[in-house]
Write a protein of this length. Structure first.
Lengths: 196, 586, 109
């Protein structure tokens, strides 16, 4: 049994099912991170004092990580563009780069967290650290999730290119949308936690 | 072939190139067919409704006869919960918190949305299945895991969650292990709902049949569509809040713990600086839209059954649809009417009071339209119609009694009293659950190919209808007398409560009697699978597309692709040969 | 089941992709510049309200670039816009309303 509009678009909406599905999912993620930002606002405005981000957190390291994540967003969209140009080899390179850059991001966060924990700066120490660890931790889980999906499309999932290149391209586009969203969240997270 | 984009027939097929017979596990357990998944959800929901009902029946013993030993069952539950057969306050609180949680998240929503939505929606829009069948399957198993986690929490040291279904901080943060399990269970349940919601929305938009424009949708489809948006956008903040409460409990953070908290004479060592109101805001941001998630599918079901059994189109279909959409939107900006007593200033109280009054308007429009739809109809009082008709005044009572609660001054004496319990139970119990019962009797023939027994159905209906009122009407009286909810002794410790305490026993006997009247339903449900009268495609002479499929429908639902030629409720069309012209007939 | 070859790709052809790629590179450079800007501005330790406004503005610009060009939102279909507009309204409500309930005193007295 075939589900219509998996690969071809429905004429009146101009969309495939997957495109709608991923945007709906991202809408729910906006609400998820929105709740955490709302919590940040409430906690910070209710606090008698609040440390400036750079007094506790490592801004140069996080700036590096921001550059890493933005770059991975570029390689991700280039991966999809390569598929649109029917260059599977180039796709593999760009997608591989995206995964690698994601890995770099995670490794940097590992060192960042490790540094804080060694200094005795735990989530339980104060609310700044609590919201820092929670927001970046949830974000990190999303980076990891995105990497798993990307790795699937780089590796075993790439078989689909041979049997249904259009569907494969669309699925890479959808996972790219998720990856860009993860980057977008960081674009707001970074100044909020580190610079203010 | 030089052009890799040329789509051959073989590459069109996303999965299952040949339809070889699936094994037992793929066919009945890990199925991706929306009908199987719908039945899985429905059966799970019904079992949890029964379990949640049982928890409440235990509570009602304590409320009717505070401190009395419960024969037999008291011993079975053990010394940790009911020493000498008498209920411990902690156990009473477990029952209360888990009754609410299970009824809402494991009973009603899985049945109303997961069950009815999954089974009926694709059939009603003429689709072969949901847009994402595998995600559909995953969403059920997330629910299943959530359910196991919630059930398992009864067995951990300290027992299940006991801070109310609302899990207010700081009590929930300092509570025993069961609360952690509750939080983990909720994360599974929320994930299940989010995945289901995006499936429903995509399916409704993309997979509807040719000619089925939005304003030709059966009202049930609109109801499920709006419900899906509520689930999609309102649940994530609770998920975030759940993560934060887990952090407070497990990682020692103080998101919701204020400074200077003293518990049992000991000052807490947490950093403090947190805000218990933050939990309330995030919780109610979900929980208010959640109550519309509970009622909207029931509106949808009742609308279908009323149109069908009056042999008339729904009155005011357009205004019902616009009201539904407006209601869905408004539901996101009323939540703090649950927080009138938290010390917010008059400006914000006025804001939330105003939005709450405004949101009552679309509900009234929908209810009124349904009532007017009865006027001049050739009414067939079969079991689905009995439940659907009774829904109307019951929801009316529930809705009207909500109005004083939504006005911040009137809420002052009523907040957290039995009045609130009566209000919301009227909307959910003889409200939503009656809608769901109606739906079961109505669509059972489509799912099984057999009708349920009418006599047993009528006994089930009348018994349940009377008992619902016996249980909940007295609670308005107790509540207006000022008796608080969640009191282990039912309020007997208070002098002001004494004149109304005898009503507790009345409610309890009503509840236990109601349990007896569910037996005809349970027997009917199983007996009719093999022994009910067999039916063809359209036993109710209905007009919507699901009635053009075989009963039960095969994998893929329809032979060919259905098309919609007209609106959904063309009953008693002047000049037509029969008293109904189906939507799907050319 | 339609077999709509022409519309099976999202409407883009190889020529369009080249133009897209040029845009991606431009956006990448802009994002890098804006990142440097936002970090540099933070070094001035401006008063919190101003610092927040500037940081938020830069973040919104960066976010919009990612959304419009990497996520192709600038040429998306109406349905997607509608879903996101609805989400934006509720997002703002979630961020603004709770804080108003606790800061009520400021505006009233």
């Amino acid at each position: 049994m075939d589900i219509p509009y998996t690969v071809e678009v429905r004429r009146d909406t101009g969309l495939t099912n997957g495109k709608i599905g991923i945007w709906l999912f991202l809408a729910s993620e906006v609400m998820l991170f929105g709740a955490l930002f709302a919590s940040y606002i409430l906690i910070r405005t209710g606090a008698p004092s609040w440390p400036r981000g750079d007094t506790i957190l490592d801004v140069p390291l996080a700036t590096f990580n921001t550059i890493v994540l933005i770059s991975s967003s570029v390689t991700m969209v280039m991966a999809w563009a390569s598929l649109m140009r029917r260059r599977f080899g180039t796709y593999r390179i760009y997608m591989g780069a995206t995964i690698l850059l994601g890995l770099v991001f995670l490794v940097v966060k590992y060192f960042e967290y490790g540094h804080h924990l060694r200094l005795g700066e735990f989530p339980s120490s104060n609310n700044f650290l609590a919201i820092y660890f929670t927001l970046t931790g949830l974000h990190m889980l999303h980076v990891f999730g995105g990497m798993v999906v990307n790795a699937y499309f780089w590796g075993p999932g790439a078989k689909l290119w041979k049997t249904n290149p259009v569907w494969f391209t669309n699925r890479v586009e959808h996972s790219g949308l998720f990856w860009h969203f993860v980057d977008l969240v960081w674009i707001f997270l970074f100044p909020t936690l580190y610079l203010l | 072939m030089s052009d890799p984009t040329a789509v051959t027939p073989k590459s069109h097929v996303a999965h299952e190139i040949h339809h070889e017979e699936l094994g037992f596990w793929r066919k009945y357990v890990f199925s991706t067919d929306h009908k199987v998944i719908g039945i899985q959800y429905a059966v799970t929901g019904l079992l949890f409704l029964l379990f949640g009902f049982s928890l409440m029946m235990l509570m009602r013993w304590q409320l009717a006869y505070p401190g009395a030993a419960l024969p037999l069952i008291g011993q079975l539950l053990g010394e940790a919960r009911m020493p000498g057969g008498t209920m411990l306050p902690e156990f009473y609180n477990e029952l209360g918190a888990m009754h609410g949680t299970i009824m809402v998240f494991l009973g009603v929503v899985p049945l109303a949305v997961g069950g009815f939505g999954n089974f009926v929606l694709p059939l009603q829009i003429g689709a072969p299945d949901m847009a994402f069948p595998k995600i559909n399957m995953v969403s059920y198993w997330c629910l299943f895991l959530g359910g196991i986690t919630m059930l398992g929490s009864f067995l951990v040291p300290g027992g299940a969650a006991q801070s109310g279904w609302t899990s207010y901080a700081p009590l929930s943060v300092i509570a025993g292990t069961g609360q952690t399990w509750w939080l983990i269970g909720m994360i599974f349940l929320i994930t299940s709902s989010l995945l289901g919601a995006l499936n429903f929305i995509t399916t409704t938009i993309q997979l509807r049949a040719k000619g089925l424009t939005f304003m030709r949708f059966p009202f049930f489809c609109w109801a499920q569509f709006v419900t899906a948006f509520l689930l999609l956008l309102a649940f994530p903040p609770l998920e975030a809040a759940g993560v934060m409460q887990l952090m407070d409990r497990v990682a020692g953070t103080s998101f919701f713990l204020p400074s200077g908290l003293v518990v049992s004479g000991q000052a807490l060592t947490n950093a403090g600086g947190g805000n218990p109101l933050l939990w309330q805001h995030l919780f109610w941001f979900l929980a208010h839209p959640e109550v519309y998630v509970l009622i909207l599918p029931a509106f949808g079901i009742v609308a279908e059954i009323i149109a069908n059994n009056t042999r008339k189109p729904l009155w005011g279909y357009r205004s019902m649809v616009y009201s539904l959409v407006f209601l869905g939107f408004m539901s996101f900006i009323v939540w703090a009417h649950h927080m009138f007593m938290t010390g917010m200033g008059t400006a914000m109280a006025a804001f939330f009071q105003t939005t709450t009054m405004i949101i009552s308007i679309p509900s009234v429009v929908i209810l009124t339209a349904l009532i007017i739809s009865l006027w001049g109809g050739s009414i067939r009082f079969n079991t689905p119609m009995l439940f659907a008709t009774a829904f109307l005044p019951m929801f009316g009572i529930g809705g009207l009694t909500g109005l004083p609660l939504g006005l911040n001054i009137a809420d002052i004496p009523l907040h957290d009293t039995y009045y609130v319990i009566a209000h919301f139970h009227y909307v959910v119990a003889p409200g939503t659950i009656f809608g769901l019962m109606a739906g079961i009797y109505y669509w059972y023939p489509k799912a099984t190919g057999r009708k349920m027994n009418e006599t047993l159905g009528k006994i089930h209906f009348w018994g349940t209808f009377i008992c619902m009122n016996v249980v909940f009407m007295p609670m308005f009286i107790i509540g207006m007398a000022g008796v608080s909810r969640r009191l282990f002794d039912a309020g007997t410790a208070y002098n002001f409560a004494q004149p109304t305490m005898h009503w507790n026993a009345v409610s309890s006997w009503g509840a236990w009697t109601m349990a007896l009247f569910q037996i005809p339903f349970i027997v009917n449900f199983f007996w009719s699978i093999r022994n009910g009268a067999t039916v063809g495609e359209n036993p109710w002479q209905a007009t919507t597309i699901e009635w053009s499929a075989p009963s039960p429908p095969p994998h893929g639902n329809f032979h060919g692709s259905p098309e919609a030629y007209r609106g959904p409720y063309e009953y008693s069309v002047p000049g037509a040969a029969t008293d109904f012209v189906p939507q799907y007939e050319a | 089941m339609t077999s709509d070859h022409a519309t099976s790709m999202t409407g883009d052809h190889a020529v369009d992709i080249d133009r897209h790629v040029r845009v991606y590179i431009t956006v990448f450079v802009a994002l890098m510049v804006l990142t440097i800007v936002t970090v540099a501005v933070s070094r001035f330790h401006l008063p919190v309200p101003i610092a927040v406004t500037v940081a938020l503005l830069v973040a919104i610009i960066k976010g919009s670039l990612v959304a419009c060009y990497f996520m192709h939102l600038i040429s998306e279909k109406k349905l997607i816009y509608a879903v996101l507009a609805l989400t934006a309204v509720f997002f703002v409500a979630l961020l603004a309303l709770p804080i108003f309930t606790v800061s009520d005193g400021y505006w009233i007295h």
